[in-house]
Design a protein around this ligand. Structure first.
Ligand code: FAQ
Length: 309
């Protein structure tokens, strides 16, 4: 059996591919791209919520938000570690993100304008992330699949705290209810865009599905998210900003309107409302953190002879 055949056999039998195993170069490249972009999303994704850390309405909300943002940093680090098992350097991936040469999720290029946005991010954005990531717990590359298991547990806590924060607003004053509806109106469509282009416009899907990197197409996961979430919006007494949305009794699925693909393409191309601001914030943090990295390296070098002794 050739290495290629052995690889294909493992994919067929759903035996995880591990770092030491032979794999086609294109499989390795696809994984570095997806895991790297996923890691960048977690790291850039700290910014919209970080914006509200000093303005959370109570100490309880501040403690929860701080823990959530810190979890996202942890997810980013797991994912960079998983990417490194494929033979790339995280500094290199990170630099590509800072240079705008590697993507991160479009959702983090939208501003967080009011406190309800923070509840809605937990509920809808983490909710969408979970639908995508639960599927990735069975992805064919072992280190990625294992990272997803722990990440999903934390994301499901994030989603619940977001829904709870929204439920408080939904049961609050008319102004609070309006603030929540406004946040839903602004985040609904960007949340649907997180699942990527339609399947027939998704250049990577066919090969990624064949390699079982992706377990479902973009459209199927997006549909799952809509089906899960519309009843939750109704439970809160809110509405979905989609005049075409309706339950199809026959299939049991919600039919929904067309995504504004022009907006999606603009944001992915770097021309969303906050793209520049997000990258500028990450570049500033990277430059201002240089002394920490240098100090950590100097400390590690000093320890080396001691550890060797
Ligand atoms: N934004 O051929 P496809 C989180 C790109 S969750 C930007 O369909 P693929 C948690 C795509 O990369 C968010 N770019 O690509 C959190 C490709 O470009 P490329 C992160 C997008 O890879 C919550 C091109 O379009 N989750 O962070 C987007 O097969 C709250 C063509 O698309 C993940 O990354 C988009 N929305 O499928 C953190 C999950 N959609 O690379 C903080 C893992 C597509 O060829 C706070 N990733 N593109 O130049 C995936 O499952 C897949 O990569 C997809 C895209 C489904 C995102």
């Amino acid at each position: 059996m050739t290495e290629q055949q052995r690889f294909e056999e493992r994919i067929r039998q759903e035996t995880a591919i591990e770092p030491q195993d032979w794999m086609p170069e294109a499989y390795r490249k696809t994984l570095i791209r997806q895991i790297g972009q996923h890691a960048h999303s977690e790291i850039v994704g700290m910014l919209p919520e970080g914006n509200w850390l000093t303005r959370a309405p109570s100490l309880r909300r501040k403690a929860i938000l701080l823990a959530k943002v810190q979890d996202e940093a942890g997810h980013g680090l797991y994912l960079y570690s998983a990417a490194e098992t494929l033979g790339c350097a995280r500094e290199d991936l990170y630099q590509k993100m800072l240079d705008g040469k590697m993507k991160y999720s479009s959702i983090f290029n939208y501003p967080t304008l009011n406190w309800a946005d923070i509840g809605v991010i937990g509920w809808l954005v983490d909710g969408a992330a979970i639908v995508n990531q639960v599927a990735l717990c069975r992805t064919s590359y072992g280190p990625y699949a294992r990272a997803m298991v722990k990440i999903c547990k934390e994301e499901s806590f994030h989603q619940r705290q977001g829904f709870e924060a929204c439920a408080v607003l939904a049961n609050g004053s008319p102004e609070q209810r309006q603030m929540l509806q406004d946040a839903i109106n602004r985040f609904w469509w960007p949340a649907l865009m997180m699942f990527g282009p339609n399947d027939d416009n998704s250049p990577n899907s066919a090969q990624s599905l064949a390699w079982k990197i992706k377990r479902f197409g973009n459209d199927e996961l997006r549909q799952r998210f809509v089906d899960n979430t519309v009843p939750q919006v109704e439970l809160l007494g809110m509405t979905v900003p989609d005049k075409d949305l309706r339950l199809d009794e026959e299939s049991g699925h919600y039919l929904f309107g067309e995504i504004d693909w022009q907006e999606f393409n603009e944001v992915v191309a770097g021309r969303g409302v906050c793209n520049e601001e997000r990258l500028a914030a990450k570049r500033k943090a990277w430059e201002e953190g240089a002394w920490v990295r240098e100090a950590a390296l100097a400390y590690a070098e000093k320890q080396q002879p001691r550890n060797a002794a």
